[in-house]
Design a protein around this ligand. Structure first.
Ligand code: GDP
Ligand code: MN
Ligand code: MN
Length: 250
């Protein structure tokens, strides 16, 4: 298996045809998977935003005031409002804003970025990254994974995760298959789109590299059942239930 970046992509602007920009720069083969940073999908979809366009609610004002108190740094209530508008629920309001996005991904600040966003204050995640992936996949004729760099609980450091996917299942279901002892696997569902996203993120990097699209070639899903479950349902999520009850105290 190899993973290589698509060379020479320009700064992406609203309305750009990402599929065409990719297809001009790489000859895709059957079996390839294209992984693309949500940043450029968002730019193409016009998801840049200005702080001034967010009118803070009382809740946003109080979230920002509390964060300012905690950190000793000024916190902009308009940013808190942007996070609220992008979220279905805030699992934590302090000391960080931990959000469930409207499409089900749990991440700090609802994945709103302030880096690699020339000419605007903010970049919101795509509204429905799996729909974005589906449009790209239909044009390119290969599976597409939309990635974001994200922290994960219990671990320092950030990594690439899938926020959307199309053209392949999210996970390989090993249940019912056997291990080397002949023992039946009863819980193993491998979130392959996250693993592909992490692979791609190794190549894209996080800085000014300008390499948001990665082709993974020579990897096979194989002969397994597939599953499209990636974002844990609230009623099936012990950690979310625990966080809802937890209150931060400085
Ligand atoms: P995220 O992980 O999706 O939040 O995106 P990052 O900000 O980490 O950027 C991922 C990669 O895409 C880095 O190599 C950036 O330099 C690159 N990148 C970001 N925006 C653009 C763009 O508009 N055009 C190009 N060519 N590269 C970009
Ligand atoms: Mn990001
Ligand atoms: Mn990144």
């Amino acid at each position: 298996m190899e993973a290589f970046s698509v060379p020479g992509l320009p700064e992406i602007r609203e309305g750009d045809d990402l599929a065409a920009l990719l297809a001009e720069r790489v000859d895709l083969e059957d079996g390839d998977v294209v992984c693309i940073a949500s940043t450029v999908v968002s730019k193409a979809e016009g998801r840049k935003a200005e702080l001034a366009s967010f009118d803070p609610s009382e809740r946003a004002e109080s979230i920002a005031a509390r964060l300012s108190d905690l950190t000793g740094e000024p916190k902009d209530p308009r940013f808190a409002q942007a996070v609220l508008e992008e979220s279905e629920e805030l699992l934590l309001e302090a000391p960080i804003l931990l959000a469930v996005t409207r499409f089900g991904h749990v991440t700090v600040n609802a994945g709103i970025d302030r880096s690699n966003v020339p000419g605007a204050d903010l970049l919101l995640l795509p509204e429905a990254p799996s729909d974005s992936a589906a449009r790209l996949s239909a044009e390119l004729g290969v599976p597409v994974v939309v990635t974001d760099t994200s922290g994960r609980p219990f671990r320092y450091g950030q990594r690439g995760v899938a926020v959307g996917w199309a053209g392949m299942p999210a996970a390989r279901d090993w249940r019912g298959e056997t291990d080397r002892d002949g023992r039946e696997l009863d819980v193993t569902v491998q979130a392959v789109v996250d693993e592909l996203a992490a692979t791609a993120n190794l190549v894209t990097g996080e800085g000014s590299g300008g390499t948001p699209a990665v082709v993974v070639r020579g990897w096979e899903f194989g002969d397994h059942a597939g599953s499209d479950e990636l974002f844990r349902a609230a009623e099936d999520d012990l950690i979310r239930a625990a966080l809802r009850k937890w209150e931060f105290s400085a």
